[in-house]
Ligand binder design. Structure first.
Ligand code: TEU
Length: 544
């Protein structure tokens, strides 16, 4: 295994990366054709989102066959070629295991629907009358989390879409089936796994109504989750591979256990608390300006807590479920380049393994879709209807989607300024923003000061500096909401990182005499002096 602490992991949303056959959908051969770009960027691993057989109600997170390639993405030969070609370039692949649920088109579920008891035990079925779901739990995509099956006179649980039925991990046969999936892909030569919402797999034995919430407190980091993870890792021999778990609404205490090497669970975890600082009262579909003080204190709590107990974070701003960070915490109009670079340095220099989501390295923005017909994501289309039925006007609902929709992160990779951004020769499955004319790989490669070249520097720096890869972290200016600042240090030296999160000048009484500027996002980064003046969205990294 490579050292995952000095590695950078690149996330590819397969459907939106590169189309190779003109059908408007990204595919495996498309990914293979772009490996040289990723090698040049310097990334160590690719996390590839699901390309398995699926009815695509949730773009592949509804898996109908875990060990077969969906024809829209290519063939098994294409997958094997991708793994081999990546390996030749020193890049390891991580595949995405969606084990909390299967598609309702999976053979197991189809057989359960026929009333086969063995397969009914693979899922979470409960008796009940047609008008009263077993609990009041809510689906993450809106509505009640249970679906009634008239001919079985039972309800099944789906924490996500109605076509994503939750698996019953308490059944040892289910756990054995999933281990076989891991072994199947492991034998194909991949180097790691990402586990989708893996902290939701263990539901309590007694299911009860949630009088104060949507039910998540009962099944999040559930009763047997650590035991089941340990078993999965032990029996598939993946303790030495790179693994990351996506942890929904988790706690620090649990994340320490998931990622502390002594526990032999996972290499690292994604947690999302820092990406809710613009949710009003914690509600995704209610807008609020980002609370930077809250962002700072969440990052600090998690960084310090994980450090203290030997846990390890995946550090990230973007993925296929999140809006684009430069449109969210930066200023994609007036300080596009500066704020994108500041956000890059800020996250890449934290303690943890950075994840870079396709197009983030270009400063790709939210597309600003003007109408509901542009949206494809099941969560967005569901919530549009919900918001409308709750009395929001069309314009209000669209404004919220423009900020919150998962489709914001799913627009195709912008390779060049030409038609459809070089993503496809056909019609893309989702509209590409006009700004691909200047935000694209071709243009940014040529520009030494581009966001792309800045990311390249950050990725290379991590390889050169043990301070970045594995140094300690301590936060500075905790009470100042305008800057996020911290120091990283070990026996090799010290870095001081200052990030101005505002569009105004910020003055800090900081003595950096004796330090040199290692990196900045303005052409003329200041040399060390007593006191620092940070320009709008400026980031400066000092080194001693
Ligand atoms: O996401 C889990 C998850 O809880 C959130 O992404 C959720 O979809 C959103 O924040 C609700 O507002 C994972 C995958 O990353 C996502 O793409 C899948 O849709 C989901 O699991 C189900 O498999």
């Amino acid at each position: 295994m490579r050292n995952f602490k000095n590695s950078t992991i690149y996330q590819i949303y397969t459907k939106s990366f590169q189309d190779s056959n003109g059908d408007g959908l990204g595919d495996l051969n498309g990914v293979t054709s772009r490996l040289d770009y990723l090698k040049e960027l310097g990334v160590d691993y690719i996390w590839l989102t699901p390309f398995f057989v699926s009815p695509m109600n949730d773009n592949g997170y509804d898996v109908a066959d875990y060990t077969a390639v969906d024809p829209s993405f290519g063939t098994m030969e294409d997958a094997c070629r991708l793994i081999a070609e990546a390996k030749l370039r020193g890049i390891g692949l991580m595949f995405d295991m969606v084990f909390n649920h299967t598609s309702t088109e999976h053979e197991w579920f189809l057989r359960a629907m026929k009333g086969e008891e063995k397969y009914m035990n693979y899922y979470i079925f409960r008796d009940g009358s047609p008008d009263l779901p077993p609990t009041n739990w809510e689906s993450k995509f809106g509505g009640n989390a249970w679906e009634y099956v008239p001919h079985l006179k039972k309800w099944y649980l789906h924490l996500f879409d109605v076509t994503q039925a939750d698996l019953n991990w308490d059944n040892p046969e289910v756990r054995e089936e999933l281990k076989k999936v891991i072994l199947f892909w492991k034998e194909k030569g991949i180097e790691g796994f990402r586990f989708d919402v893996v902290n939701l797999i263990s539901k309590p034995e007694q299911l009860e109504n949630d009088e104060i919430g949507d039910g998540r407190r009962f099944y999040t980091d559930g009763p047997h989750v650590h035991e089941y993870l340990k078993e999965l890792v032990r029996d598939t021999g993946i303790a030495d591979m790179v693994t990351v778990g996506e942890m929904s609404s988790t706690s620090l205490e649990n994340c320490i256990r998931y990622s502390n090497p002594a526990e032999k669970e996972l290499s690292m975890v994604f947690s999302f608390h820092h990406l809710k600082v613009d949710y009003r009262d914690g509600k995704k579909w209610e807008l609020k300006a980002p609370d930077y003080q809250e962002l700072k204190s969440l990052l600090e709590t998690w960084q310090m807590g994980m450090q203290k107990a030997n846990g390890w974070n995946a550090v990230f701003w973007c993925n296929h479920d999140q809006p684009r960070i430069v449109s969210r915490l930066g200023d994609d109009q007036n300080y596009w380049k500066e704020s994108a670079k500041m956000l890059a340095a800020c996250i890449h220099l934290l303690r943890g393994t950075p994840y870079l989501f396709q197009g983030e390295e270009l400063g790709m923005t939210n597309p600003g879709y003007p109408d509901i017909t542009y949206y494809k994501d099941v969560e967005s289309t569901n919530y549009y209807e919900i918001m409308r039925s709750q009395g929001k006007t069309k314009a209000e609902a669209l404004q919220i989607l423009a900020a919150r929709s998962r489709d914001n992160g799913r627009t195709p990779m912008q390779w060049n300024g030409g038609k459809e951004a070089g993503f496809t020769e056909g019609t893309p499955w989702i509209t590409i923003p006009q700004n691909h004319e200047y935000i694209n790989v071709e243009t940014e490669k040529e520009d030494e000061t581009s966001i792309l070249n800045y990311y390249k520097k950050l990725i290379a720096l991590r390889k050169e500096s043990s301070i970045i890869a594995d140094g300690k972290i301590e936060f500075l200016y905790q009470e100042n909401p305008d800057v996020l600042a911290y120091r990283r240090f070990n026996e090799q030296g010290e870095l001081r990182v200052f990030n101005n999160f505002t569009g105004q000048k910020v003055v800090l009484e900081e003595n950096v005499a004796g330090y040199a500027v290692l990196l900045g996002n303005y052409e003329d980064a200041q040399e060390s002096q007593a006191g620092i003046v940070l320009r709008p969205y400026e980031t400066v990294v000092y080194r001693k």
